[in-house]
Design a protein around this ligand. Structure first.
Ligand code: SAM
Length: 421
């Protein structure tokens, strides 16, 4: 009898090829060969659609969704809340590991531009599926993979063995790389970094490639492809979107915006500003402005409430989840300035204004024209078209000009993306 999973793998590969995602015939063969269902635990997790409260409910192997998800182009959540669901009813709040979405997996593997004989380091073993694809393509002796969570790492080892692969698996913090196995030709992170760890650069051979989800914390998580040069430096560009969960030690503090903004806070300052944050809030999440603001204004989150009438007025909250926030009462066309209120060491309004100006001074580049240079010491520089053309410094100042709004409706929220890999 034909194993039905073989047909389902072939169908998944065909679907990805038809969509124009899986373009490399060698990777197609690999996807057709590696059984994804072998890498899924008996219990996976899905959004609790019945409760409709955004929590994550267990989905056992016996459920039709379990087997459907194994070969659909979806990410499958395989762990919540670091292995201990936090809700008393056994449901979870935060996805902490997953089998990534197959289309994203192949896009990243293809971006890695790997050829047989190369040594690859993967960060974030999780189920081991991606690692198995690398093993199938390169041979397990060329593959090292790091997972920070002990129980996940143990399960990944068993999954890989069941599928017939024995790569080098490391249990530890992937931000340190795997010095004992370096240098590598390629580093592939399957977990999002805000700050690119220096070890990834120093452990990659000059000319080598690092592919990683790069989450600035604002708007879309970018898929970054860096080329490493002599001198502990790497340059690269954003080659797509890659919504991933964060590296454990770079995670964003959990909580609603209300957990981070206290309008009654002693020491908060009320003032007027001519800075109009609306263009930044309106920026295309995958565009050049959002990337520039995200890169230059660390940890930025925005939430906006539009007036329930058609005045166009809005209350805009900016906050960093680390003690600084600002709110601006936006009134369309008000040239005299807006009422504003801020708290904390950072002036987030001024920061987004500066980033907006820098982006405009650089010619308002699309995201595809922007690049980034990172060093092993953690320095980071944004550039346009080439590393020699950094996003220039703009002079200070502000634009347009407010009234306080209550009884309004929330229209959007720009919070760090996560857990959709
Ligand atoms: C989205 S999953 C990776 C998907 C996986 N590669 C696959 O084949 O499906 C991200 C994983 O990264 C792990 N992780 C988070 N921070 C890490 C770190 N600092 N070092 C190593 N692994 C980490 C998480 O525990 C999680 O299992």
């Amino acid at each position: 009898m034909i194993d039905p999973h073989i047909e389902r793998r072939a169908a998944m590969a065909a679907h990805l090829a038809d969509r124009g995602v899986l373009t490399d015939p060698a990777w197609r063969q690999v996807v057709e060969k590696v059984p994804r269902h072998v890498f899924l635990p008996d219990t996976v997790w899905g959004l609790d659609v019945d409760a409709g409260d955004g929590k994550l409910a267990p989905v056992p192997r016996s459920h039709t969704n379990w087997s459907r998800w194994a070969y659909d182009d979806v990410s499958v959540i395989t762990q919540v809340d670091d292995g201990t669901p936090v809700l008393p009813d056994g449901r979870g709040e935060r996805a902490t590991s997953s089998a990534s979405q197959p289309s994203l997996v192949v896009a990243m593997l293809q971006a890695l531009d790997v050829t047989v004989g190369m040594d690859v380091l993967e960060i974030g073993t999780a189920t081991g599926y991606n690692c198995a694809l690398l093993c199938e393509h390169l041979g397990p002796e060329h593959v090292t993979s790091i997972e920070i969570d002990q129980s996940l790492a143990r399960q990944a080892r068993a999954n890989l063995a069941a599928a017939g692969y024995g790569p080098q698996l490391v249990v530890g913090d992937g931000t340190q790389g795997a010095p004992g196995r370096a240098p590598f030709d390629r580093v592939l992170a399957t977990v999002a970094a805000r700050d690119i760890p220096g070890a990834w650069i120093s452990q990659t051979r000059p000319g080598g490639v690092i592919v990683t989800p790069w989450a600035t914390g604002f708007a879309t998580t970018n898929l970054l492809r860096l080329i490493v040069e002599e001198g502990d430096v790497a340059h690269g560009r954003v080659v797509g979107d890659a919504p991933f969960m964060w590296l454990r030690d770079q995670r964003v503090p959990a909580g609603d915006w209300r957990d981070f903004i206290d309008e009654q806070a002693a020491g908060s300052v009320e003032y007027r500003t001519t800075i109009n944050p609306m263009p930044v809030c309106d920026a295309d999440p995958s565009g050049g402005l959002a990337l520039t603001v995200g890169a230059l204004v660390p940890h930025l989150n925005t939430v906006r409430y539009h007036a329930a009438d058609d005045s166009g007025e809005a209350t805009i909250y900016l906050f960093d989840r680390r003690g600084s926030w600002a709110l601006v009462e936006y009134v369309p066309g008000d040239e005299d300035g807006f009422e504003a209120h801020r708290f904390g060491p950072r002036d987030l309004c001024a920061e987004i204004d500066r980033a907006h100006r820098l982006w405009e001074a650089a010619g308002a580049p699309e995201r595809s024209c922007l690049g980034v240079t990172v060093t092993t010491t953690g320095a980071r520089r944004l550039w346009v078209d080439s590393p020699s053309n950094p996003v220039l410094k703009a002079s200070g100042g502000a634009r347009t000009g407010g009234a306080r709004l209550h009884g309004v409706r929330e229209v959007d929220r720009r919070a760090p993306s996560s857990a959709s890999d």
